[in-house]
Design a protein around this ligand. Structure first.
Ligand SMILES: Cc1ncc(COP(=O)(O)O)c(C=O)c1O
Length: 411
């Protein structure tokens, strides 16, 4: 971090003025930490006054490849000189190859591109229901989707209908029916829920990110796969946050050698440049949709598809997954070995950690504030947990630099 007291060049607004404008004229649906970023490169960001910070959150894994990754920016620049948007009324020369390359990366058959993670989840819900009625033979409007307690799948009215977080859920009803919730990680509860013949899908985050980086017990995903197969239920893995290298494999499901019927992807699929999401699934499932039944003006646009292709190509090298696994072992190893008694638990997988404080340690947010002063950006979740998800491209020395400061602030 540069020295405090740096002057803002004449004509530009200070961080304080910019935050004031946002607070005065913006909706108050977030409470961001008080840093106003105006420039970023790799794992580092710079604020309006020129102070530098190490980004240990990477936009909740949307920046897996770092800020302004040059490979991705080159693709964007080149695509801007060709075509950016066609809508799906016509073909574009990027979507077909993107679909082929992403399907191959996922070892699945078909891709349905959208924009945000929530839209992709909505898409997976519609696909599951349509598959239930047209293939499984569930009576019309009776389909049930099983979800998990503590889930986070986005913010639409249907998705918040099955959120168990009162902040996300309450006051936004009436709610969409057709969802039941089971405890995350509980195989027997899942088995019982799947006994209902009208269940069409089990929608699950392989690691629950927003809940505080909750890793299920070993064998849970494998057991879920087996139960779903046994009961003729789709396994839908929402890897919007856990996928694309974050946990040391391309997909978290791979840790248990599981192939879901559908992946829901987003965040890093857009390379930190623009929103790109997709559902990738088996032919029998994604293939149920007929023309006109679903879509998006921007879904599959050539700029997004070009960025997505480059993301797929970068992941195909395995380099990011390797970095995530190696650096993640170091991250979790240091946190677990050096954490003071203020820390109740360190959870995580790959380059992703949830550091849960004991209640007496006070709010996690206070520690995040203090880390800003040390030039490290992290984020609290659910009052007691600090979330760490640096870009997978972070230098090992930078990671240690941040860890030194985080461990000091935890003391
Ligand atoms: C697992 C998961 N699914 C879906 C979403 C929603 O994505 P978006 O914010 O792009 O709508 C998120 C966002 O954090 C997520 O973590």
């Amino acid at each position: 971090m540069a020295d405090a007291g740096v002057q803002v060049p004449a004509g530009l607004r200070s961080s304080a003025e910019i935050m004031e404008a946002e607070d005065r004229f913006g909706a108050r649906n977030y409470s961001p930490l008080p840093v106003v970023v105006s420039h970023a490169e790799g794992a580092w960001v710079t604020d309006v006054e020129g102070r530098r910070y190490l980004d240990m959150l990477s936009a909740y894994s949307a920046l897996n490849f770092g800020h302004r990754n040059q490979r991705l920016l080159d693709v964007v620049r080149s695509q801007l000189d060709h075509v950016t948007l066609t809508s799906r009324a016509f073909h574009n020369d990027q979507l077909g190859p993107f679909s082929e390359e992403l399907a191959q990366l996922c070892r699945l058959d078909r891709v349905l591109p959208m924009n945000t993670g929530a839209e992709a989840v909505e898409t997976a819900i519609k696909l599951s229901r349509a598959w239930g009625y047209r293939v499984k033979g569930v009576p019309r409007d009776q389909a049930v989707i099983v979800t998990c307690e503590g889930n986070f799948h986005g913010r639409t009215t249907t998705i918040v209908s099955f959120s168990t977080d009162p902040v996300a859920h309450d006051d936004f009803g009436p709610y969409t029916p057709g969802f039941v919730t089971v405890p995350f990680g509980d195989v027997e509860a899942l088995r019982a829920a799947l006994a209902d013949d009208n269940v069409v899908a089990f929608l699950v985050e392989p690691v629950q990110g927003e809940a505080g980086v909750i890793v299920p017990p070993a064998g849970y995903l494998r057991a879920a796969r087996e139960l779903c197969t046994e009961r003729g239920v789709l396994l839908v893995a929402d890897e919007v946050q856990s996928g694309l290298g974050r946990t040391g494999r391309t997909f978290t499901c791979e840790h248990e050698d599981v192939l879901p019927d559908m992946y829901v992807l987003g965040k890093a699929l857009g390379g930190g440049v623009l929103p790109v999401s997709a559902v990738v699934g088996r032919d029998e499932v994604v293939g149920v949709l007929r023309p006109g039944e679903h879509g998006s003006t921007f879904g599959g646009n050539p700029l997004a598809a070009a960025v997505g292709r480059e993301v797929v190509a970068m992941l195909a090298t395995g380099e990011y997954q390797r970095r995530s696994a190696e650096l993640g072992e170091h991250l979790l190893g240091r946190l677990r070995a050096e954490a003071p008694p203020t820390v109740r638990e360190v959870r995580g997988l790959g380059l992703w950690a949830g550091v849960e404080l004991v209640p007496e340690a006070g709010p996690a947010r206070d520690r995040c504030y203090r880390l800003i002063g040390d030039g490290v950006l992290v984020k609290d979740t659910h009052e007691t947990t600090i979330r760490l998800a640096p870009p997978l491209s972070i230098e090992a020395s930078d990671l240690d630099w941040a860890l030194d400061r985080i461990l000091k602030v935890l003391h």
